[in-house]
Design a protein around this ligand. Structure first.
Ligand code: AMP
Length: 404
């Protein structure tokens, strides 16, 4: 399958080959034809599948064909995304894919002053990419009007609901014209998402790729057992052993992320934290530093990390395990993207065993359990030792069914 087979027009195809995209990904193959036909689409796909292009390419093409340029001036396409990082990345994708198409887009998100955003809006935009909070703000101030919208995308809806955006979303929807095309993407489909989709979409076509229970096969998964106080030594050990020069490291809390950065700096390892308490400019600076590899480790919390898209990211390290097993899949989906290989290394302490058990239920018998060296500060829970011996033997595959 090629982009030509999908009837993508030459100016967009040229932009895609500049990005090094040779063929459409499965979600693009499935969704693009329906979107180009004008159908509503309900897409179940996680990040890393190429879902941004799955909606961005047809939107650009519909603009080019003047199918999205009604007589009234104003915003024609609205894309809602849960986080600033994701919104910015969607904006970058539109810049890349739309390099040869004459459409104006802008991105609005909270945490920064609104001046630049309102100026861009006043100059007129065709496509608006927004986080719900800032969009509501600017709507209330009269800077954004949605009555001209013809195309509406809700991206990562499950995360938007997790982040408490449901009321904002509902209010935004009431301002949209009833006659419009809607595309809805979510990585998971719990009942509340189904309900929201049913109310929003008209005769939608459902498209689905690699379900949430199937992490990218290209990602090699391994786990080390280590108590909390040993994890920083273990991280240093793993970085050296695996010769890792660039990795995204996950923490559960903002405080934990800040503390780890301090510890790593003491070891002489360059690291920056990215989480919701950091200013937008600090987050962008950290992300840029990580992308251009002046920073070796980016320490992220789950919400801040959503949408982080780093080309050729080879390693994801779960320094702390997530409480929700599906989050593990989102985390490790940062690597092994677009057909590249990658590795996900997890550290599990005795306090986190229940989380690990849930993760194994979801991913199955695919995780290699590695041997953890002894560290000098290892006060490793003595009482736990027999169980460790039973459950964490060297280099074997771990079965989700095994009693933990
Ligand atoms: P997404 O799921 O939209 O976040 O995309 C994941 C990654 O795949 C991004 O780095 C995209 O640039 C990349 N990507 C998207 N579509 C393609 C394609 N057809 N070929 C190669 N890479 C792609």
């Amino acid at each position: 399958m090629t982009f030509e087979n999908l009837n993508i027009i030459p100016p967009i195809r040229e932009a895609l080959s500049k990005q090094g995209y040779l063929n459409p990904t499965p979600i693009q193959e499935k969704a693009i034809p329906f979107i180009l036909e004008g159908k509503d689409v309900f897409g179940c796909a996680q990040t890393g599948t190429g879902k941004t292009a799955a909606f961005a390419l047809p939107i650009l093409q519909l603009f080019h064909a003047k199918q999205l340029k009604g007589k009234t001036p104003g915003i024609k396409a609205l894309i809602l995304a849960p986080t600033r990082e994701l919104a910015i990345q969607i904006g970058e994708s539109f810049t890349d894919y739309g390099a040869n198409i004459n459409v104006k887009h802008t991105v609005i998100f909270g945490g920064v002053s609104q001046g630049n955003q309102t100026r861009a809006l006043q100059q007129g935009v065709d496509i608006l990419i927004a986080t719900p909070g800032r969009l509501m703000d600017l709507m209330n101030q009269g800077f954004v009007k949605l009555h001209t919208i013809e195309f509406f995308v809700l991206d990562e809806v499950d995360r938007m609901l997790d982040m408490g955006f449901i009321r904002d979303i509902q209010k935004i929807i009431t301002k949209l014209p009833v006659k419009r095309q809607t595309v809805f993407f979510s990585a998971t489909v719990p009942p509340e998402i189904k309900k929201l989709a049913n109310g929003l979409l008209t005769n939608p076509v459902s498209v689905q790729v690699a379900s949430i229970s199937a992490p990218a096969e290209a990602v090699k998964q391994s786990m080390y057992f280590a108590e909390k106080q040993d994890k920083k030594d273990l991280l240093k050990f793993v970085l050296e052993k695996e010769n890792i020069n660039h990795a995204l490291v996950f923490m559960r809390t903002k405080h934990g992320a800040n503390k780890l950065v301090k510890d790593l700096v003491k070891f002489g390892i360059s690291a920056e934290a990215i989480h919701g308490n950091k200013s937008q400019s600090a987050r962008q600076k950290a992300l840029e530093g990580f992308k251009n590899r002046t920073i070796k480790l980016l320490i992220a919390t789950d919400i801040a990390s959503r949408g982080i898209d780093v080309d050729k990211l080879t390693h994801v390290i779960n320094y702390e395990l997530p409480e929700v097993a599906e989050t593990y899949i989102h985390r490790i989906g940062r690597t092994g993207r677009a057909g590249e290989g990658g590795a996900a290394i997890s550290f599990c302490s005795s306090e986190e065993k229940a989380y690990w058990k849930d993760i194994l239920k979801l991913v199955g018998n695919v995780v290699i359990v590695e041997d953890t060296p002894k560290f000098s500060n290892a006060r490793a829970a003595e009482h736990d030792e027999p169980e460790r011996k039973r459950n964490f033997s060297n280099n074997r595959r771990f079965s989700g069914k095994r009693k933990f």
